[in-house]
Design a protein around this ligand. Structure first.
Ligand code: S3P
Length: 185
C-alpha cells in the first residue's frame, strides 16, 4: 500500500471521540491551519446542524458535508476534523485518503456514551433510545473507521497525549510528503 502523505492530517471517528479538541491542539503544535467540517457547514448554511437536519433532512446535510470536505482540502497544510458520518460515504473516504494522512480516533463505547449522553446537538442520536441508537451506529461505523491509515485509541489519554501520538506517526517514515508522493515513493 502507498504511504499516506502528511500534507494534510485528517481526523475521523465517532461523535464524542475528540476530533475537534485534538485537531485544534495538533494544528497548533505542527503549524497547520485547523478546519472543522461541521463549523464550515454551519457558517455556509447560516443555521445550526440540528436545524439543517430537522428542516432539510440528513441527506441534505450529507451534500453540504461533501462540499465542505472538498472546499477545506483545496490546499495543503490543513488539520481537518470531520463529522462522525463523513466517511460512511465511500467517495469522501477515498478523497480524504488521497489528500492526506487519515487518522481514526477510537474510544470504548462506555467512554463515548459518557460524553454523548447529555448532548443536545447530535441529531443522529435523537431517538427514544439514544444509547441503543449509538450502539447500532458504532457497530456499523467502526469497521469503516478502521480503514483509516492509522488508528489511535484515546481511552485514558489526554488530548495532549493523543496529539503527541499523532505527531510521532506523521513524523515517522510511515508517512511521506505530497511532493515525494508525486515522485512515486
Ligand atoms: C454526525 C456527527 C456530527 C455532525 C452531524 C452528524 C454523524 O459531528 O457531523 O451531527 O453522523 O455522526 P461530530 O462527529 O463532530 O459530532
Amino acid at each position: 500500500m502507498d504511504k499516506p502523505n502528511r500534507d494534510n492530517i485528517i481526523l475521523i471517528g465517532f461523535m464524542g471521540v475528540g476530533k475537534t479538541t485534538v485537531g485544534k491542539l495538533l494544528s497548533q503544535r505542527i503549524g497547520y491551519e485547523f478546519i472543522d467540517t461541521d463549523d464550515l457547514i454551519v457558517s455556509t448554511a447560516g443555521i445550526p446542524i440540528t436545524d439543517i437536519f430537522s428542516r432539510y433532512g440528513e441527506s441534505y446535510f450529507r451534500i453540504l458535508e461533501k462540499r465542505a470536505i472538498a472546499h477545506a482540502l483545496k490546499r495543503p497544510g490543513i488539520v481537518l476534523a470531520t463529522g462522525g458520518g463523513a466517511v460512511t460515504d465511500p467517495d469522501n473516504f477515498f478523497f480524504l485518503k488521497e489528500r492526506g494522512c487519515v487518522i481514526a480516533l477510537d474510544a470504548e463505547e462506555d467512554i463515548l456514551w459518557d460524553r454523548l449522553k447529555a448532548a443536545t446537538d447530535r441529531p443522529m442520536l435523537f431517538s427514544g433510545k439514544p444509547r441503543e441508537r449509538m450502539k447500532a451506529l458504532l457497530k456499523a461505523r467502526r469497521p469503516i473507521y478502521h480503514k483509516a491509515h492509522f488508528i489511535v485509541s484515546v481511552d485514558d489519554k489526554t488530548p495532549e497525549e493523543v496529539a503527541d501520538e499523532i505527531i510521532s506517526i506523521i513524523r515517522s517514515d510511515e508517512c511521506i510528503s505530497g511532493k515525494e508522493k508525486r515522485c512515486g515513493k
